[in-house]
Ligand binder design. Structure first.
Ligand SMILES: CC(C)(COP(=O)(O)OP(=O)(O)OC[C@H]1O[C@@H](n2cnc3c(N)ncnc32)[C@H](O)[C@@H]1OP(=O)(O)O)[C@@H](O)C(=O)NCCC(=O)NCCS
Length: 329
């Protein structure tokens, strides 16, 4: 990267309602042991009726703004990475702007599925290069449980709802984290392996017609698993090599929280010890675009992000999209 941007504050929010694996056993043909051993997930937070993605993002944003020591009125841009927006129109970012009590920011949603936050980091850094006076709220927020087929045990046990947010600008301040470099990639030929097709122009809604299964998450899990491991490990290696580093220079790896076996396989391929790999999916499940900023905020709360540390983010999602980002605290 020729110009760097800086992260100033971290925040996250998850809805109060928790659905444990044992709760799922009551209405899905599954069991706690299967979910734990195959995924590492113990419980996930789920929205209540009427609780929207914008509600989660707004709460995460308030925490991130307080952590950055600024008010919402300082924001020039609001970016929301999500594949579960409040609505097709207006975008979720405009709703968040209103809920934060401000007007006049550039407000934009971005969809790169689970990779949305790391993709958004590149967009945010690009925007800070356009103007030095830019102050951006970058968030990842999802309510994927509203797009799950609860009769499909292959998918419905995997996901949860949450939001995470950061504040980004071109200015370095005490305690800010430098975005050293980012690498992104995609392969649209694999798009059918993980979809929420319903309601888009390929599978449009039809008035008074029943809602087909295509309107919910559909996934070929084993294929996704293989690509996720290969892509995340590969893109981390590309990024590290470009920056003259090896995995031994990484103090903490924060991978997309999809499945503990994917996380362990990526860590192993990169030869990063498990103590240096951040995991919180046991409590949240896969929260898609929220997963990385939620993990960052969690890691900060736990005191794991110390000055001088080099933190590697890596992500993978539908599209397929994937990416990696290197932060220096
Ligand atoms: C979904 C995933 C956990 C399934 O694990 P797996 O080891 O590949 O399991 P399989 O698909 O081989 O299924 C094994 C058996 O478990 C069953 N099964 C699937 N879901 C189950 C559940 N929730 N509870 C109990 N049994 C289940 C299957 O029906 C299958 O039974 P069968 O052998 O009788 O047909 C795994 O493939 C995965 O994590 N994939 C990546 C998913 C992901 O992270 N996606 C998002 C990326 S951003």
């Amino acid at each position: 990267m020729t110009k760097h941007c800086y992260i100033h504050g971290f925040g996250s929010f998850a809805p109060a309602k928790v659905l444990t694996n044992h709760d799922l056993e009551k209405f899905v043909d599954t069991n706690d042991e299967w979910i734990r051993t195959r995924t590492g997930i113990e419980e996930r937070h789920v929205v209540e009726e009427g609780q929207c993605t914008s509600d989660l993002v707004t709460e995460a944003a308030k925490v991130a703004l307080a952590d950055a020591g600024i008010g919402a009125e300082a924001l020039t841009h609001i970016l929301v990475a999500t594949c579960t927006p409040d609505a097709y129109c207006p975008n979720t970012a405009c709703v968040v702007e209103d809920k934060l009590g401000i007007k006049g920011a550039m407000a934009l949603d971005m969809n790169a599925a689970c990779s949305g936050f790391v993709y958004g980091l590149q967009v945010a850094c690009g925007l800070t290069a356009v103007s030095e006076d830019t102050t951006i709220l970058l968030s990842g927020g999802e309510t994927l449980t509203t797009r799950l087929n609860w009769e499909d045990r292959n998918t419905c046990v995997l996901f949860g709802d949450a939001a995470g947010a950061v504040v980004i600008s071109a200015k370095q301040t005490p305690g800010s984290a430098k975005v050293v470099d980012i690498e992104l990639s995609s392969d649209g030929s694999l798009r059918d392996l993980l979809t929420i097709a319903g309601g888009g122009s390929s599978v449009p809604y039809k008035l008074n017609q029943p809602v087909p299964a295509e309107h919910f998450v559909m996934m070929q899990g084993r294929e996704v698993f293989k690509h996720a491991v290969r892509s995340m490990a590969g893109i981390c290696e590309t990024l590290l090599t470009r920056n003259g580093m090896t995995a031994s220079d990484v103090d903490l790896l924060i991978p997309h929280q999809a499945n503990i076996r994917i996380i362990e396989a990526v860590g192993k391929k990169l030869e990063i010890e498990s103590e240096k790999v951040f995991v919180n999916l046991n409590k949240f499940g896969n929260t898609s675009a929220a997963s990385i900023p939620l993990a960052l905020a969690d890691a900060k709360r736990q005191g794991l992000l110390k000055p001088g540390m080099r933190v590697l983010l890596t992500t993978f999602g539908g599209g397929f999209t994937w990416g990696s980002a290197l932060l220096e605290f």
